[in-house]
Design a protein around this ligand. Sequence first.
Ligand SMILES: O=C([O-])CC(=O)C(=O)O
Ligand SMILES: [Mg+2]
Length: 592
Amino acid sequence: MENIFKEKRGGETVLDLSPKATVGGGVEDVYGEDRATEDQLVTPWTFSVASGYSLLRDPHHNKGLAFTEKERDSHYLRGLLPPVVSSQELQEKKVLHGLRQYDVPLHKYESLMELEERNERLFYKILIDNVEELLPIVYTPTVGEACQKYGSLFKRPQGLYISLKEKGKILEVLRNWPERAIQVIVVTDGERILGLGDLGCQGMGIPVGKLALYTALGGVRPSACLPVTIDVGTNNETLLKDEFYIGLRHKRATGEEYYDLLHEFMSAVKQNYGEKVLVQFEDFANHNAFELLARYGTTHLVFNDDIQGTAAVVLSGLVASLKLLGGTLADHTFLFFGAGEAGTGIAELMALEMSKQANASVEETRKKIWLVDSKGLIVKSRLESLQPFKKRWAHEHEPVKNLLDAVKAIKPTALIGTSGVGRTFTKEVVEAMASFNKRPLIMALSNPTTQSECTAEEAYTWSEGRAIFASGSPFDPVKYNGKTLVPGQANNAYIFPGFGFGLVISGAIRVHDDMLLAASEALAGQVTQEHFDKGLIYPPFSSSIRKISAHIAAKVAAKAYDLGLATRLPRPADLVKFAESCMYTPNYRTYR
Ligand SMILES: O=C([O-])CC(=O)C(=O)O
Ligand SMILES: [Mg+2]
């Protein structure tokens, strides 16, 4: 009989020493000491240490040319490396130099992914030290293009693929993953990848990218991160016909078949990793995103990044913008273009914040917020035909068919694009916003850049340089009338790494809306006068995003303790210091 605490990893047999691996006795019986194992074959096991050739091939421990003379002696590396010994700094310089030779962003992406698989610490060191430059590569917009071409680019698998073929075996599949102590899972079913639509199994680039940010920006250790793609088919005809497509070649399963597979996954996750593993839902289509959050919000530690993460980051930007606009949130009117996960998610969190500030009911504060979808302004007369998550936004108003007329009718302070459709904030729309606002607030949140509702340059030019502009994907600063205007990046990447880290370090078992409000306030609190002077409502990523994440994590953890949802006791006295001390650092360790 195979002992399950011995496992195959990269062709080598290694030992899994996690308490979950059992020989067949009682719970956590790793040595075979319980009565139930008396008649079983048991392996007398000992630790195995990676060394020599396999050490160079192990991305978690490989340091390449940075192995010291002493390490080369004691770890059987003599002759396997050329004589020179480099520092990690020199390696970083070399890799950066190499990356900058590529003109095509996708080539940089491929090169960085190869580095992650070769030398994980060097990959994270470079990413952390050069966030501003490399975020657009490992994340939006380049990751979007990578997903579109994922099949052709495919060399080695990343993350865990769970398809309908694995139905009934998901627990076994989870156990095939080499790590046991998982803290954060990012899972997608690929149906709505950024604003690019259904990319099926090729959506895997997104969980991989999000988790790279969990580590680089938030400090969750890489070994505790698990990217997952659930493959139930795709409705993307181009991919179904693509000979290099890597997923199941049929239309999406829906209804019971879909939800049964997701239920098996959610159950297996809790069974395998326990109550405190965070499951982040990413880029699901609207109907499933809301449904999954409703189904598992009370039984699992779940978080939908597109609904809740985006909500917290946009609310933070709106709160910060009040410094420039004056008044309270409730003094302003807001108009959304797009009424899906992001639009309704942001609107709901805003209404909650306004109701807390103004001591009013959420039903009342919702009236300050209007949404436009593909059929026009969401109004009472459309109530019958609206999807459930839109119904509460149907206010009293005569029908308005398009965005421009809605802008003219509602006269909002802020126009927020969450449509997934590019170039929909036309010249007329932006000019209308600028006609009744001294400083129109324009957020073009859809990703990647091709789907952005307008560009930074358009927003500034059409508003004669008066717009406060933020977008989901990055834009370069724009020169307007001799002034340099710096756009902000309203992307959930500000929130989810610190938010998830706060849940992890407090051992939280459920997500609560108050934690989202806490994260949002913590981020807004990091915008300084110097940023406001530049028209920025978000701190730049380069201005120590890890410090920002530590503050967000501390506020989220504090909320978890206050609400009785934290299990890591006792509560640390200084949560910011504690968060910082728990963060993954990519510097090489010295091997004995
Ligand atoms: O990934 C991003 O850049 C933000 C996001 O969640 C999305 O657009 O779905
Ligand atoms: Mg997303």
